[in-house]
Design a protein around this ligand. Structure first.
Ligand SMILES: NC(=O)c1ccc[n+]([C@@H]2O[C@H](COP(=O)([O-])OP(=O)(O)OC[C@H]3O[C@@H](n4cnc5c(N)ncnc54)[C@H](OP(=O)(O)O)[C@@H]3O)[C@@H](O)[C@H]2O)c1
Length: 255
């Protein structure tokens, strides 16, 4: 009998209970690259999006063509507390667990002194700081039960602010603190780390002169790729003895 059971287990498909990753703002750019990397490594993927429905659906379809029922998309405005709760509950309901939470969604724009409003504060802190805290809190139980991890997407400019972006840099710097604080509080079951990209994908409306100025500050003399970020996130997901760390992926720019 034991013999039969052993043989049966040997013949079972390799991944019968895949680990599940919820990635916010994952329909395009760095979030989409991260989804692809984790999906390739056997994860079921829950893509959160806000406005980019079409790209989210295309990504989900491409994943499900590769492995049936391996991806879903959920819409939520992360500035809305109820939507954040619904996102966490719906995500948990899909596969009954979450192993990895990647807080990637972010709004980013300048707020020069004199122009900042309450709405800017709520918008920039909502996606970059408040939603990561509440999503982490909503999902703590499942993350603990599954020895999971949280990866927060911060920014090298949390430590060295970009001119005219005070509210954004404040929000990212509070995300750094959240990362370190939760690493203590949720240990030993849940690891919490951050990735701080430098120049990876150019923001919209950047001029050629601004690009050249940034490139001159990067020792590796090039911008990074979305794959560089995705590979670092995969590394942190698999790095069982690392918690509370922020890894800069910036070609040396922060030096
Ligand atoms: N790209 C870089 O070079 C770079 C540099 C430094 C740091 N980072 C950080 O790395 C992460 C990914 O960067 P990225 O450039 O790929 O990000 P992005 O394209 O600017 O934003 C990612 C997604 O965030 C979502 N989002 C924004 N506000 C939201 C809200 N209120 N509610 C729900 N979703 C919202 C959007 O989803 P929808 O499109 O669905 O609306 C958007 O597609 C971000 O945290 C960013 O701060 C990136």
């Amino acid at each position: 009998m034991n013999q039969t059971n052993d043989n049966a287990s040997l013949e079972m498909p390799e991944n019968t209970n895949p680990r599940v990753a919820l990635i916010t703002g994952a329909s395009q750019r760095l979030g989409a690259a991260t989804s692809k990397e984790l999906h390739q490594h056997g994860y079921n993927i829950i893509i959160h999006y806000n406005q980019s429905l079409t790209s989210a659906q295309e990504l989900v379809n491409s994943f499900n063509q590769k492995r049936e029922n391996s991806a879903h998309a959920i819409q939520a405005d992360l500035n809305d507390a109820k939507s954040v709760t619904n996102l966490a509950e719906s995500a948990l309901g899909l596969y009954g667990k979450i192993n990895v939470l990647v807080n990637n969604a972010s709004s980013f724009y300048p707020t020069p002194m004199g122009s900042g409003t309450d709405k800017d504060w709520e918008n920039l802190f909502g996606s970059n700081s408040k939603a990561p805290f509440f999503l982490s809190q909503h999902l703590t139980e499942t993350l603990k039960a599954n020895q999971g991890c949280i990866i927060n997407m911060v920014d090298i400019h949390a430590a060295r602010p970009i001119k005219d972006h005070t509210i954004y840099c404040m929000a990212k710097s509070s995300l750094v603190t959240l990362t370190k604080s939760l690493a203590k509080e949720l240990a030993p079951q849940v690891r919490v780390n951050g990735v701080a990209p430098g120049a990876i994908l150019w923001p919209e409306n950047i001029t050629e002169a601004e690009k050249e100025k940034i490139l001159r500050q990067i020792p590796l003399e090039r911008i990074g790729s979305a794959k560089d970020i995705a590979k670092t996130i995969l590394f942190l997901v698999q790095a069982d003895y690392i918690t509370g760390q922020i890894i800069a992926v910036d070609g040396g720019r922060s030096l």
